[in-house]
Design a protein around this ligand. Structure first.
Ligand code: EAX
Length: 375
């Protein structure tokens, strides 16, 4: 809580600084001078548009590495007139706070999972269907398709510009009680989920007791035992050091979280077309870099977790799919809070065009997981 208040204070101070810089002709001309002399305007604090980005994840997580890359690129493309400072670790609030922050103007850029968007728009709900993707390739094909683009831009009328698709990846269950081999093993377990009705319904269908909570509160809740477990991709479990408070990670791959990079529309609209283009290009170019970092951390993360004492298992997915199949009946239909059948069909078509192969499993590095399970 303290952290969040501090974050809001920092955000407000930075916002005041960025507003003071924005539109001031003296700031703009000294910035041009700095650019000419090759000096970094970020270092001298003279950017015309000094943007701040917030995320809920540790500095080493790919979201933040990707946003820093976007910052370097936009700085280069505008000779330092547009900069981006990144604040991770929920310093600027939860994902819901960050999305609202774009609308209120307290933050200019964020990267979030799609799940917390459920309270703002229905367009992203298709990604909350359990097991909709079997492979990362399928998820990426959807993000990079026309329907992916349509979904990304569906928040335009809510004061938010969709810039690019980063990703968070396949989610796995961690807990302190036992390896999860079948849905039965989840019975009665208090599992933290994101604040999303479909995720909660899926965990309920598997017999767990889902507890929605903001990311910034999860470590302490695990440590204090108010929850038994949580579910997140390997890079998050690893960079958050959940191994210090969790014994088991089960590679369920039950959901894939894409991660849109969003910008505040008012702020974007206040920029010249050249700067808007530079911001867009920087985000587009940073996306493959961010996804590479996810691949890298997925490839090494399980070994880190095992070295830190976690036990890894890879359950068969079929019983979990069966246990959560009702979510499709319940949520794929017309109506508010539902997955639009039109979007669902378009996504399914792309998935079918990218069939899974043996080597393209949902957890990336999972092939050796069961054989090398730590005891
Ligand atoms: O978007 O809250 C979560 O579990 C998410 O995976 C995280 O905040 C990244």
């Amino acid at each position: 809580m303290k952290k969040k208040v501090l974050g809001v204070i920092i955000a407000s101070a930075l916002l005041a600084a960025s507003l003071a810089g924005c539109g001031s002709s003296s700031a703009a001309s000294s910035n041009a001078a700095a650019a000419k002399s090759g000096a970094s305007s970020q270092a001298s604090g003279k950017a015309e548009f000094a943007m701040i980005a917030g995320t809920t994840l540790p500095d080493a997580h790919p979201y933040n590495l990707g946003l820093k890359k976007m910052g370097e690129l936009v700085d280069q493309k505008t000779n330092g007139a547009v900069t981006l400072d990144v604040f991770g670790n929920s310093q600027l609030g939860s994902e819901r706070d960050l999305i609202e922050g774009l609308q209120l103007g307290s933050v200019q850029v964020t990267c979030v999972s799609t799940a917390p968007l459920a309270g703002f728009t229905d367009s992203f709900l298709v990604f909350d269907l359990p097991f909709i993707f079997e492979t990362t390739e399928q998820a990426r094909a959807v993000m990079d398709s026309d329907v992916g683009n349509e979904i990304l831009h569906s928040v335009d009328d809510q004061g938010i510009v969709g810039l690019a698709w980063f990703e968070n990846g396949f989610r796995n269950v961690t807990n302190n009680k036992k390896p999860i081999n079948t849905p039965d093993d989840l019975k009665g377990m208090k599992i933290r989920t994101m604040e999303n009705q479909m995720h909660m319904a899926a965990f309920q269908a598997m017999g767990a007791d889902p507890t929605p909570m903001a990311m910034g509160d999860v470590f302490t809740a695990l440590q204090q035992g108010t929850i038994d477990g949580e579910e997140n991709p390997v890079p998050i479990v690893d960079t958050n050091k959940f191994s210090e408070v969790q014994k088991y990670i089960s590679l369920t791959g039950h959901l894939f979280s894409p991660a849109p990079v969003f910008m505040a529309k008012d702020y974007y609209d206040s920029m010249s077309e050249d700067y808007q283009k530079a911001v867009q290009e920087a985000a587009t170019e940073a996306a493959p870099y961010e996804r590479d970092q996810i691949d890298k951390q997925n490839a090494t993360g399980l070994d880190d977790l095992k070295a830190a004492g976690m036990q890894v298992n890879e359950p068969e997915k079929a019983p979990f799919k069966k246990a959560t199949a009702s979510i499709y009946d319940e949520y794929v239909k017309d109506g508010s809070g539902m997955v639009s059948p039109d979007i669902y069909n378009k996504v399914e078509e792309i998935v079918k065009a990218h069939p899974a192969t043996d080597s393209s499993s949902s957890t990336g590095s999972s092939s050796s997981a069961s054989s090398s399970t730590a005891e």
